[in-house]
Ligand binder design. Structure first.
Ligand code: CO
Length: 348
């Protein structure tokens, strides 16, 4: 798991030691195991939030761990052109390369530790896929995509695109140097990450060495989620076990505690977690396929607007003669994708 790493974490700024008397550790409310599914043209994902109530996730609505998968030559897959409205997508690549293009002229290549942040707002069309040379060669592919909701007043904000290079991410460590903390967005203990969000959030990718303990100061008014990307450990006041592919929802408090197990498997020698939280929006959520709105009527409107071309059009270089667009998703495909996003979780 490369993302961004450092030789000696002790050279990094350290977060403060938290006085256990003065801080309230967040308890674990639930642990769920993400079911596996296929996304887009068939790349394997884990639906990280499946089976968790939207109220517990608020302001987030959806997250996929993409991979980790080792592709054979000719095998790497992406998504066709498809629309979004009403929220923001955050795509973070740990291993491998993903190319992105949108109808707004945004786009780029994201790789090892890069983040791509797209505000769909009132509407955008985009395509995400591995570059041609990677399709030919095959290779390792691992990352995640998170959907951050927008409040009603920002659902129709102009689309925006942010390319966050791995080098721009703020790196911190725990007081004993046992954890590498990458601040992708928001802030932790006064250290700010590069992502600019309409909805206030904090998003961290943390790598804990075997046996390392991390106590993170956390905004009391934010929710708190810990998703294990790789390895084994525990979380919360009562040290609930958490392993790769599992999500913990934490309750109220001002500290998030994560601890790595002493023994890890060789395929994932550290405990790698995403720690994320944000200010709840507390509005009704109507979510269908690629759209996240407040009401069902707004969802129907979004489908209609998409068909009318209001959400944007596929750039000319991707269009094929005699109308139609290469690789464009049909409404039926989008509905199928939505069904897949609502699979029940595996109890644990
Ligand atoms: Co998309």
């Amino acid at each position: 798991m490369p993302a961004v790493t450092v030789e000696n974490p002790l050279t990094l700024p350290r977060i403060r030691v938290i006085d256990p008397q003065a801080a309230r550790d967040r308890p674990v409310l639930s642990v769920t195991t993400a079911p596996s599914a296929l996304e887009g043209e068939g790349f394997p994902v884990r639906r990280a939030f499946a089976g968790v109530s939207l109220a517990a996730l608020d302001p987030f609505v959806h997250m996929d761990q993409m991979g980790e998968v080792e592709y054979a030559p000719g095998e790497p897959k992406g998504t066709p052109w498809h629309p979004h409205r009403g929220f923001e997508t955050v795509t973070y690549m740990i291993d491998g390369i993903f190319e992105h293009h949108d109808s707004n002229g945004g786009g780029g290549v994201i790789t090892n530790g890069d983040t791509q942040w797209m505000t769909a707002g009132r509407g955008i069309l985009h395509i995400e896929r591995p570059p041609e040379h990677l399709v030919v060669s095959g290779g390792l592919f691992h990352g995640f995509q998170l959907w951050v909701n927008l409040p009603r007043r920002l659902k129709f904000a102009p689309p925006r695109y942010q390319d966050i290079r791995a080098g721009a991410v703020s790196l911190l460590t725990s007081p004993d140097g046992g954890a590498l903390i990458r601040v992708i967005a928001g802030e932790v203990d006064g250290h700010r990450g590069p992502g600019i969000t309409h909805t206030p959030i904090t998003l961290l990718h943390v790598t804990l060495a075997p046996g390392a303990l991390l106590r993170l100061p956390w905004q009391p008014h934010f929710n708190a989620l810990v998703y294990a990307l790789g390895g084994f450990g525990s979380v919360g006041t009562d040290r609930r076990p958490l392993r790769y592919g599992q999500l913990a929802v934490l309750g109220r408090g001002d500290v998030v505690t994560v601890e790595a197990a002493r023994n890890q498997e060789s395929r994932s020698p550290n405990f790698d977690v995403l720690v994320l939280g944000g200010e709840p929006i507390r509005e009704p959520v109507a979510m269908y396929g690629p759209f996240v709105m407040n009401t069902k009527a707004e969802i129907l409107q979004a489908f209609e607007d998409y068909q009318k071309g209001v959400l944007g059009s596929v750039p000319a270089e991707y269009a094929v003669p005699h109308g139609g667009v290469r690789g464009e998703a049909s409404a039926r495909e989008m509905k199928a994708a939505d069904t897949a996003k609502r699979e029940p979780p595996t109890a644990s």
